[in-house]
Design a protein around this ligand. Structure first.
Ligand code: ATP
Ligand code: SF4
Ligand code: MG
Length: 349
């Protein structure tokens, strides 16, 4: 790792962080090159807090989450620290990680059909988690499964509990996945694009479920999304990633009102210029011209420089550290934009 070790440690805005990621790096060694998917990333999430992670495709959002969950393949080389309620997870045996998964941390994915077992009823699938982690008997597990289906807003839960995944709509399947994920009341829930495959009204229902979990159970949620409408509606804070690195981190209102990184300002163009919306009318991450850099090097430079109109020799010669610029607002840029909601023309090219 390069200058990442000098990165100041971010802290959750209030209370103790339940999940603390410090200087996390993940690389995949191939035959002819190494891909540095995550490079010196740090963040905290407090109980009951929703942290949104945004950034273009390939910037390392999913790899970060899989590293936290201990779900990366053996080809992945992970360094740094991931602490869950104070316990270090990096280097823990698969057996111990498997015990924590489901019980203290859980993850839901974009496409619930691939994660559900088509030949088992939803009640059995929720019940299996409860039987495995909490030692419940068959009848107790079924009753608890019905309670969980109620919690995630599935109508007629006593009937649905005996249905198979193919009998449910996509939105209902995603609710079942959330029910499985929160069956043991995990402290941390990572939701990786949980609404992307769903239409907009169904999405709203799923986000309500996540908000409800945070309020009722105090679950800390890491929400990965491309949808800036989802971020604004659901998250407390936002972490913006670019090419495996954190480039900006702030509370939602602060980030939307005063985006300081040229990359963030480019992304938020979709929100600030209402003409740029998806076909469903929701604001999407703006398309920023230029290519995301290859991840086979960890340059001591700003990786956004080839796409940034503000880039100069400093940007090409030194990696900007993530540092506090105001309150809890953190930025990795040598030339922070003047605060203000307007994106200067050409700030991102
Ligand atoms: N098992 C793997 N082996 C090698 N490289 C991988 C592996 N998994 C991911 N990568 C690489 O790591 C980088 C980050 O991928 P990741 O899936 O985290 O992106 P992402 O931000 O989640 O993108 P998306 O928005 O498309 O889901 C990519 O360059 C990807 O090709
Ligand atoms: S101004 Fe420099 S450091 Fe900031 S984003 Fe642009 S290239 Fe990177
Ligand atoms: Mg992903």
């Amino acid at each position: 790792m390069s200058a990442a070790t000098t990165t100041p440690v971010p802290s959750a805005p209030s209370g103790e962080a339940v999940l603390s990621v410090r200087d996390l790096s993940v690389s995949f060694r191939g035959h002819d090159r190494t891909v540095h998917a995550v490079d010196g990333l740090s963040y905290d999430v407090a109980p009951g807090e929703v942290l949104a992670v945004v950034g273009e495709s390939g910037c390392g959002k999913s790899v970060t989450s899989m590293a936290v969950m201990g779900l990366l393949p053996p080809t992945a080389h992970v360094t740094g620290s991931v602490r869950l309620a104070g316990r270090e997870l990096v280097g823990l045996s698969e057996k111990r990680l498997a015990r924590l998964r489901g019980q203290e941390m859980a993850m839901i994915f974009q496409e619930p059909m691939t994660s559900l077992n088509p030949v088992l009823t939803v009640g059995r699938q929720i019940g299996e988690v409860l039987r495995k982690h909490q030692g419940l008997g068959r009848r107790e597990a079924r009753e608890r499964a019905i309670e969980l289906l109620t919690l995630v807003g599935i109508p007629a839960p006593a009937k649905r509990v005996d249905e198979y995944p193919h009998q449910l709509s996509g939105g209902m399947r995603q609710r079942v996945m959330i029910a499985i994920a929160v069956a043991c009341d995990p402290a941390v829930l990572i939701a990786d694009e949980p609404t992307t495959a769903l239409d907009v009204t169904v999405q709203a229902g799923i986000l309500d479920v996540l908000r409800n979990l945070r309020e009722r159970l105090g679950t800390a949620i890491v929400l990965i999304t491309h949808d800036l409408g989802v971020v604004a509606d659901t998250a407390d804070r936002v972490l913006v990633m670019y090419a495996g690195r954190a480039v900006e981190q702030a509370e939602v209102a602060e980030l939307y009102g005063r985006p300081a990184h040229p990359y963030t300002r480019g992304l938020l163009g979709a929100v600030l210029r209402p003409g740029l919306r998806g076909t469903d009318g929701r604001a999407r991450l703006n398309e920023i011209p230029g290519m995301v850099p290859g991840l086979d090097a960890q340059p001591d430079a700003c990786t956004f420089a080839p796409r940034c109109a503000l880039a100069d020799d400093t940007c090409a010669g030194a990696r900007p550290a993530l540092r506090l610029i105001d309150g809890a607002h953190r930025l990795a840029c040598h030339h922070p934009a003047q605060a203000g909601p307007q994106i200067p023309e050409g700030a991102a090219r």
